[in-house]
Design a protein around this ligand. Structure first.
Ligand code: NAD
Length: 503
């Protein structure tokens, strides 16, 4: 048998076993897979049981593991392999992720929609087609100093294994972008996906690792826990190999990550307000608002969630929204939808009922919301909108539905103040439509958000129609901003004293 045929057959066997869930004992080490480099010792001598690459069955899984323990050990082994193989191998991984995300966008987009049942197919596909805009290896340029005492280099170096938590709203896109960022910086990653979006995530992880293995011999650079749970989250966070956490999700997971004691980069919730003044182009504003708020049925954390508009241009703005794919609800329809889309728990002692979002309506099509509102929609409807008070649940809650509340305000000051209040200090995203530089500056200063978009749709803040680069993880409470490869590095300094300054 020729070497090529033997290699091919071994690869196919490993792949088939992997697809079957892999045998824990019978799976041979796939051909071409390098021996674990500097694999951790099975026992550090402290008396605590610690698994190692040698004691955990790693072969043929292609990143999909039953437990956090197995996934972390596999990721650590792959991190050490990547360290030995160098920057060109990181580059290969980056290219593989970007190529496969684009190639599989339609299939994976559908898979994710079928599993999660939230969002829109066209936009699920679009989110995978743009993974190529996520920055990779070339982002990492060392900083250098040169002077009378020689030269100093500061390099951006990997941590090791990053534990990453992904949301249900964009499971494969977040995971794919995270792999590009994290592995371009030389790390490996273990994902605990949202339980409602974990099967599609595992399909993508396996496909990525199979391709990476074929190209580089590294089998588990991006791992995932097949059936994620709170227990697997805790195990992942606590694991000795997990050096750093990246959390993308709502307030509960951000809090949970911060309590672990590990350093956590947190891409937390948002509730982006839009303020429209009387100096802007209302047609442009309406088109931008529709395209941002309707995107994937308003699942994006950056998506426009409520609009404050100066009274004197409010009717015109709503007319323009209606001309560009929006449908207005009257107050009876709004009331019906509100009763369906929120549940109200009586306040404890205070008497005020507190609204919580009804998950059955998150990310659903406008037609589903319209049905709850008791109305029929014309085809091509992108977004519902309705006039509300500033205190309405559609304003207050991060509702993630294609239904935009529009609130009239009397002055620029009131518009900015209401925007600030509705953003809940998440410091995530805010949008303004204005040609008045004083208004723009005042809102930017008051809102103090990580992303501030002027005269465009919110996705322009992620390089989609605006300048900049893409990430689906925007680190808000912890302040790293739009994550990129440098976010996942340790800065290390290398000093040459009195020499190598060459002039
Ligand atoms: P979610 O908070 O319900 O879940 C996010 C992840 O956290 C999931 O993997 C979930 O299993 C896990 N999780 C939730 N509570 C947990 C807990 N107590 N302990 C451990 N893990 C926990 O959010 P979602 O509905 O999947 O996603 C929508 C939310 O994520 C919104 O709030 C949105 O703004 C936010 N988000 C933020 C960004 C960003 O870049 N800042 C990006 C996408 C989504």
């Amino acid at each position: 048998m020729s070497t090529v045929n033997e290699t091919l057959i071994r690869d196919v066997v490993a792949e088939v076993l992997g697809r079957l869930g892999g045998s824990t004992t019978a799976t041979a080490k796939p051909s071409g897979a390098p021996a674990p480099a500097n694999a951790p010792a099975a026992n550090c001598g402290c008396g605590t049981k610690s698994a190692s690459a040698a004691s955990v069955p790693l072969r043929g899984k292609f990143g999909v593991f039953a437990t956090a323990e197995e996934a972390c050990v596999a990721a650590q082994e792959s991190y050490l392999q990547l360290k030995q193989k160098g920057v060109e191998t990181r580059r290969k991984i980056e290219v593989i992720i970007k190529t496969l995300a684009e190639k599989n966008a339609e299939v994976w987009g559908k898979l994710e929609l079928d599993e999660t049942k939230i969002g829109r197919l066209d936009h699920k596909i679009a989110k995978l087609q743009i993974i190529k805009l996520v920055p990779g290896v070339d982002w990492l340029r060392p900083d250098a100093r040169s002077g009378d005492h020689g030269i100093t280099l500061e390099e951006y170096t990997p941590f090791g294994v990053v534990g990453a938590i992904t949301p249900s709203t964009h499971s494969i896109p977040t995971l794919s972008g995270n792999i590009v960022n994290i592995c371009s910086a030389g790390n490996a990653v273990v994902f605990n996906a949202h339980p409602n979006a974990a099967r599609c995530a595992a399909v993508a992880v396996r496909a990525y690792n199979e391709a990476i293995y074929r190209e580089t011999g590294i089998e588990n650079i991006a791992c995932i826990i097949e059936k994620p749970s709170l227990d697997s989250f805790n195990a992942l966070c606590k694991h000795e190999h997990t050096r750093l956490l990246l959390v993308t999700g709502g307030p509960m997971v951000v809090k949970a990550a911060m309590l672990t004691g590990k350093r956590a980069i947190c891409a937390g919730p948002g509730n982006p307000p839009v303020f429209v003044d009387d100096t802007c182009c209302l047609t442009r504003a309406a088109r931008a608002i529709i395209s941002g708020a309707a995107f994937d049925n308003n699942l994006l954390c950056i998506g426009e969630k409520q609009v404050f508009v100066l009274d004197q241009v409010a009717d015109q703005l709503m007319q323009k929204l209606a001309e560009n794919g929006g449908v207005k609800l009257n107050s009876a329809q709004l009331d019906k939808l509100t009763k369906a889309a929120f549940t109200f728990k009586e306040g404890q002692g205070g008497g005020c009922a507190h609204a919580s979002v009804n998950k059955d309506y998150i990310g659903k099509d406008p037609a589903v919301l319209a049905q709850a509102a008791g109305m029929n929609l014309p085809s091509g409807t992108q977004l519902l909108f309705a006039e509300t008070e500033a205190s309405h649940p559609f304003v207050e809650e991060e509702q993630m539905m294609p239904m935009l509340p529009i609130v009239r305000v009397k002055s620029v000051e009131e518009g900015i103040a209401q925007s600030l209040k509705s953003e809940h200090n998440y410091k995530h995203t805010a949008v303004i439509h204005s040609h008045d530089v004083e208004n723009i500056t005042a809102m930017a200063r008051a809102l103090d958000t990580t992303l501030f978009v002027k005269n465009g749709p919110s996705p322009a803040g992620l390089g989609l129609g605006g300048e900049g680069y893409l990430s689906f993880s925007i680190a808000t409470p912890t302040g790293e901003g739009i994550t990129n490869p440098r976010t996942f590095t340790r800065v290390r300094r290398c000093v040459m004293v009195d020499n190598l300054r060459i002039y």
